[in-house]
Ligand binder design. Structure first.
Ligand code: AMP
Length: 624
């Protein structure tokens, strides 16, 4: 597929185009009756089609020469520890066994299973085992705190949790079981399965906690894949919105499988001899679609790395690319900027000639980082596929395709064949070339997109209500680049920020800070950052009897770590006895944003407390 005509073909009848792809890319137990239905604001794909995701990711490959092909090359963080290679047959056996384990623990179709695991192959095994028996997995990022885990397990009403004793991160041993222990408290979780990765001394509760390897010893080798409806839920993944509570995005089986398969195949031009490495953690949607389902559906070989990019040295990633001959490499702009800062001598130590395609995701990529990636990592040979998408979209949606292009730094590209987007102003008028506005997706919505927000349809409806149920509102700003349909993304237009590619809601962070007893209120805004893209800055008002101090800042940061996780840490905390407010008492985040960017704050005379702005100017060393 390296022919421009695919776009024209797809746009003739988008639903029919996806139906053709569904037939070609996925094995169905029963074909669907109807391609697509749209009953605003709900849409459905491949109505009454029946399939199983794990069957598509495993069974169909083991019937071919791929049975002994490497599916996962797992690289542990300690450089002297040996890698683990799981062939498709190995993975198939493990998944079947673990599916039987889950059944023996009472998990049935439709039940929710929490997965709180780092980057070890058991994470893919657990996900695929859930998919095999029709259980709904809910992966929680291993760097999230026990409170975040608990919140998600409660909302999803999970029955079983799969976790680990511990794992390595930057040479340190992290005891995840201790976090999991706190996280299951007060939740409906009845059983906890613990993978022994480290052999750490952990507390096991009799009758609740079981070692993975002990359960697997006696598990049967085969588990019949459950016949799933195209619209049965495959997984929930919680993501940050504009409120303090994360939302459980629902992805359904059939459409998601189709989009995961074809976007992996076309975006990365995947062939059987490729070695694909997506560096995203499995706790994020990129890890789900391109670190598990997409490559496995394609029968590809993928690399999975446990640890930090700079351990034991700043060239760890490039040593992995060289050692395993990675051909397709997918990462985030924040990582590229980090490597840029560390210097080209680190990639230069390695032969990166195996690379053929580079990808990025997570935030807009700046031109300097794009060029560095293209020249220093790709040796000027590899196209950079800048993929725009979201947790909600399940798979990539806007990017240039290899072999077709064009590849313009900072311009993601066109709508994936079979989808279409528009850029609108607030009243719904389409913007012209060179103009900016809000990015929306047009009907038919891509098959892998969210079908609902778990037990919260009101939040689901918000995606569609912005433009009267005509479009899906992405919450991203964008600029129309040219008449071909290329698009430049300009960042979120809501109170969501991307910190080192991780999605974070200001409201969630404010809730965490406000729950600290010395705090009266806070306002969090995003500040631009050279490496992380954006970082949170917290403006905090303390109780009148509490004196501001550096010690208190440290304690607040610890509190944020314990409430959300270290990814949410404020970069800076500014104490102020008052925050700028309107006369009706609303905190003016816009003014705070301007202050930290050294931009004009405009007229402040209508504020309730204009003096607070003067105070903050001095406090942060504002220079207009
Ligand atoms: P998440 O749901 O965590 O994957 O975050 C989705 C958000 O990340 C989008 O709404 C965008 O703001 C941003 N994003 C993802 N990929 C890109 C990209 N290639 N270019 C610009 N922004 C991106």
């Amino acid at each position: 597929m390296n022919d421009e005509s695919i776009y024209a073909e797809a746009s003739k009848d988008r639903a029919a185009f996806w139906a053709k792809l569904a037939r070609e890319g996925i094995d169905w137990f029963k074909e669907w009756d109807e391609n697509y239905q749209w009953e605003p604001p709900y849409y459905r794909w491949f109505i009454n089609g029946k399939l199983n995701m794990s069957y598509n990711a495993l069974d169909r490959h083991i019937k071919t020469w791929r049975r002994n092909k490497a599916a996962i090359i797992w690289v542990p963080e300690p450089p002297n520890e040996k890698e683990r290679v799981l062939t498709y047959f190995d993975l198939y056996r493990e998944v079947n066994k673990f599916a039987n384990v889950l059944k023996s623990l009472g998990v049935r179709k439709g039940d929710r299973v929490g997965i709180y695991l780092p980057m070890i192959p058991e994470v893919q095994i657990a996900m695929l085992a859930c998919a095999r028996i029709g259980a709904i997995h809910n992966v929680v990022f291993s760097a999230f705190s026990s409170k975040s885990l608990q919140e998600r397990m409660l909302d999803a009403e999970a029955k079983v949790l799969v976790t680990v004793d511990g794992y390595y991160r930057r040479g340190k041993q992290i005891n995840l079981k201790a976090e999991a222990e706190k996280g299951v408290e007060g939740t409906p979780i009845q059983k906890v399965v613990v993978v022994k990765r480290m052999g750490m001394d952990v507390n096991m509760v009799e009758g609740r906690d079981y070692w993975w390897h002990e359960l697997m010893k006696d598990a049967g080798n085969y588990c019949e894949p459950e016949v799933m409806d195209s619209e049965d839920i495959l997984y929930l993944l919680y993501t940050s919105g504009t409120t303090g509570k994360p939302k459980g995005v629902e992805h359904h089986t059939g459409g998601y499988a189709v989009q995961a398969y074809w976007t992996t195949k076309w975006d990365f031009d995947i062939h059987d001899d490729d070695v694909f490495w997506c560096t995203a953690d499995i706790g994020w949607v990129t890890g789900h679609t391109y670190g598990c389902y997409g490559p496995l559906l394609c029968g590809a070989t993928m690399v999975e790395y446990e640890g930090a990019p700079n351990y034991p040295q700043l060239d760890r990633w490039w040593s992995i690319v060289e050692k395993y001959g990675v051909t397709v490499f997918y990462t985030a702009p924040t990582a590229i900027r980090m490597f840029m800062q560390w210097g080209e001598e680190w990639p230069n130590k390695h032969n990166l000639n195996s690379l053929r395609i580079l990808g990025t995701v997570g935030e807009p990529i700046n031109e300097e980082a794009w060029l560095w990636y293209f020249n220093k990592i790709g040796g000027g040979r590899c196209p950079v596929i800048d993929t725009w998408w979201q947790t909600e979209t399940g798979g990539t949606l806007i990017n240039s395709l290899p072999g077709i292009g064009p590849f313009i730094p900072t311009v993601a590209g066109r709508s994936f064949p079979g989808t279409s987007h528009d850029i609108l102003d607030e009243s719904g008028n389409s913007m012209g070339i060179g103009e900016g506005g809000y990015l929306v997706q047009k009907n038919p919505f891509a098959p892998g997109m969210l079908r609902n927000v778990w037990r919260n349809p009101a939040r689901y409806k918000e995606y569609f209500s912005v433009y009267a149920e005509k479009f899906y509102f992405t919450s991203d700003g964008a600029r129309r680049w040219d008449e071909l349909g290329n698009i430049r993304l300009t960042g979120r237009v809501d109170d969501v920020m991307k910190v080192a590619g991780h999605r974070l809601s200001t409201a969630e962070l404010e809730n965490a800070i406000n729950s600290y007893e010395a705090v009266v209120e806070s306002a969090v805004v995003a500040a631009p950052h050279d490496i992380k893209g954006e970082v949170p800055i917290a403006f905090v008002t303390l109780k009148p009897d509490v004196a501001p101090s550096d010690q208190l800042k440290k304690e607040l940061i610890k509190h944020v770590d314990a409430t959300i996780g270290p990814t949410a840490r404020p970069d800076k905390i500014v104490f102020s006895s008052e925050l700028p407010k309107t006369r009706s008492g609303k905190i003016m985040r816009r003014i705070l944003k301007s202050l930290i960017r050294n931009q004009s704050v405009g007229d402040t005379t209508t504020l309730m407390n204009p003096e607070s702005v003067e105070y903050l100017k001095k406090e942060i060393g504002y220079k207009e």
